[in-house]
Ligand binder design. Structure first.
Ligand code: ZN
Ligand code: ZN
Length: 385
């Protein structure tokens, strides 16, 4: 244990008491055993706490600055240290962290905050190709006035007199078995073992306040309605200034005027006059890329042509490979184009004459119609008839 306590806390040698306290709290929030039970992290937490023990005590700090041994060989929380590890834990967290975890002893004021969820609507092209959005979020954040400990500046939580800092009190009940002694959480301190005599006015002692802020969120390509993007530790800060939960951004994709999405495939319908379907033609379709801002000027293909074969029937599907939506894990879906053939209406005399002539040439003046069991065969397959 020869590390420099200033280095351990990451503060300058002339840092004032408030800066040191703030630095320690920031580290303690990351390294606290309730938050991170990993043994290596706990060891780091003890080192940082020991460093704080030195720098928060003017006499010890002066002794170190004169060139003395910062940690005096006393170890942590042991006898001999005038100001033990437990004392510091009590002062900051109202208890010995999560030690034991069996409900014994005072409980920590500091807890991890809850996750938060916000929903946003994006366009289909944004879902397909990704987008960066500025989001306004409103969550609990660390109270800057008390740095999360809930005590007004210049004051400290003090041990609860009712339970003597234990966070629980013994209750004796008489029963036919005799006296039964049980431990109950102390109601005076709500089990924390400490009382905040002068709560911070900005957060009423909760260690956190609500605040709005703007976050920049990168939505990856390939998301769909219902996809949740996770932003680590951007949720609610916990009680006692505990580490924040995560923020989830839930995506809703707005309907598109041309394309309907099914998984990574896009579907669209083109309506053709009867004559074009019969003779064949070439159509120009927009790409989804055309929706992307500045897409037209940046070499992105905004439209493409498809051939309609002569004699195309209504309901014909053309599958265009790789013109769908990129998948979250790579690859790209297809575009399925369905043709709908329109029967001409409101014929003028000339058009009617031409159509009658065509019908005559094709021998279609008295069509019998072809009755097929097509529907039945489809349902037959579906329902096993
Ligand atoms: Zn506060
Ligand atoms: Zn108490």
């Amino acid at each position: 244990m020869s590390q420099d306590p200033y280095d351990l806390l990451g503060v300058a040698r002339d840092a004032d008491a408030d800066t040191i306290k703030k630095a320690y709290r920031r580290l303690a929030r990351q390294l606290h055993p309730d938050v991170n039970p990993d043994p290596e992290t706990q060891e780091k937490f003890k080192e940082v706490t020991a460093a704080y023990e030195v720098l928060s005590d003017p006499q010890k700090r002066a002794a170190f600055d004169r060139g003395g041994d910062a940690f005096g060989g006393a170890g942590f929380g042991g006898q001999g240290a005038g100001f033990s590890f437990t004392d510091i834990m009590d002062a900051f967290f109202g208890g010995q962290g999560g030690a034991g975890g069996g409900g014994r002893g005072p409980r920590s004021r500091m807890r991890r905050g809850q996750d938060a969820l916000i929903r946003i609507e994006i366009e289909l092209a944004e879902a397909a190709f990704g987008v960066t959005r500025e989001l306004k979020v409103d969550t609990a954040v660390l109270c800057e006035t008390c740095h999360g400990d809930g005590a007004a500046p210049g004051s400290q939580p003090v041990p609860c007199e009712t339970c003597r800092g234990q966070g629980e009190v013994a209750v004796v009940q008489r029963s036919f078995l005799g006296e039964v002694r049980t431990l109950r959480p102390c109601s005076a301190c709500r089990g924390f073992g400490t009382i905040i005599p002068d709560p911070c006015r900005d957060c009423s002692g909760d260690g956190r306040v609500r605040a709005g802020r703007t976050l920049t969120v990168k939505i990856p390509a390939g998301v769909d309605t219902g996809t949740r993007v996770q932003l680590g530790e951007q949720g609610e800060v916990g009680p006692g200034g505990g580490p924040a939960g995560d923020l989830y951004v839930e995506i809703h994709v707005a309907p598109h005027e041309t394309f309907v999405r099914q998984g990574n495939d896009l579907h669209c319908t083109v309506t053709l006059p009867m004559s074009a379907a019969a003779l064949g033609t070439t159509l120009t379709l927009p790409t989804l890329e055309a929706d992307v801002e500045n897409g037209a000027g940046s070499g992105v293909e905004t439209s493409f042509e498809i051939d309609i074969d002569p004699g195309t029937q209504s309901g014909t599907e053309q599958v265009l490979r790789g013109r769908g939506v990129p998948g979250l894990r790579g690859g790209r879906g297809d575009l399925v184009v369905t043709t709908v053939v329109e029967t001409p209406t409101r014929l003028d005399p000339r058009q009617e004459e031409l159509l009658r002539e065509l019908a005559a040439i094709r021998g279609e003046e008295q069509p019998t119609g072809q009755v097929k069991a097509q529907q039945k065969s489809v349902f037959g397959r579906l329902f096993g008839h």
